[in-house]
Structure formats: C-alpha cells, structure tokens
Write a protein of this length. Structure first.
Length: 155
C-alpha cells in the first residue's frame, strides 16, 4: 500500500490474493473513509461498501484518470521484481518477506527533493532499527521461526 501523502509504502507477503485476504488486510491497515485507488481487479469490488472512497482504473482502457492511478505502487513492485530476478536471482520462499522488507526500507528511505538522503543517512536509519534484535542461524536458514506469541519454534 502506498500512502500518497507521506510517500511511503507498506508491504508484506500474504498467503494468497483472494478477495477475503486482501480486503482483511486493507481493513486492518487503512482507516475507514480513506481514498483507495486500485486497478480493476475484482478482489477490491466491495471497498465502497466498507466505508472507503474507492476509485479504479481499468488498465484495458486507461492507466491514469486525473489523480486516479496506480503508478506509484506499480513502481515499487517493479523495483522489487527487478531486484529478485536481477540481483538476488535465487530466493527461497521463506525469505521472501525479508526481501520485501528490504525493498520497503529502500523505497521509504530514498533520496527525494524534499528529503535529500545520502548513504550514511540510510545506514544510520538502518542501524537505529536493528538495535536489540537478534537473528540466529536457524532463523536465517528457515529452520526456526518466531510464533505470533513471541516464542521460538524449531521445525
């Protein structure tokens, strides 16, 4: 999801792209009454009923109609896909969430005219977010994970 006001992205791996899954995530992440711009996918059909201002563009006939477009979020997904196929080449499914998190960090901490960041600024922002966190080899290799209750599970 791209917040056009703050120009930041929130993204994560979902189990599927069914209507129920996508709309549950939208309801959890976006305040009622917000304006949501999507493509014409049927998974988003009920958003107007759920107290959102929902506008769509059909990519069969148009890509932009005034402020209604999905170009910003499509740019984010393009950058992620380019990294997965060009830089990382072989990505294990259990690591996909980490690659998405990395691209979200890169996108949200990119240099803009209003926010001129350099590599040192990004590195310091990264360090501020990892303080007090631990990554074990078992987690890194997918043999251990943290449960929603905060406990470690080995499998």
């Amino acid at each position: 999801m791209l917040d056009r006001e703050t120009r930041t992205v929130r993204a994560k791996v979902l189990k599927d792209v069914k209507r129920e899954t996508l709309q549950a995530e939208i309801l959890r992440e976006i305040a009622p009454g917000s304006t949501v711009y999507t493509d014409g996918a049927t998974a988003y059909d009920d958003l107007k009923v759920r107290e959102f201002v929902h506008e769509t563009v059909s990519h069969y006939t148009e890509y932009v109609r005034g402020q209604v477009h999905t170009q910003g979020i499509e740019n984010f997904w393009s950058l992620l896909k380019r990294g997965l196929t060009g830089t990382y080449v072989s990505v294990e499914p259990f690591h996909l969430g980490k690659y998405v998190d990395e691209q979200v960090f890169r996108y949200n901490n990119r240099a803009t005219k209003e926010n001129p960041l350099n590599d040192q600024d990004r590195f310091m922002a990264l360090l501020s977010q990892i303080s007090g966190k631990r990554l074990t080899y078992a987690e890194l290799t997918g043999k251990e994970r943290e449960t929603p209750g905060g406990e470690r599970e080995v499998f």
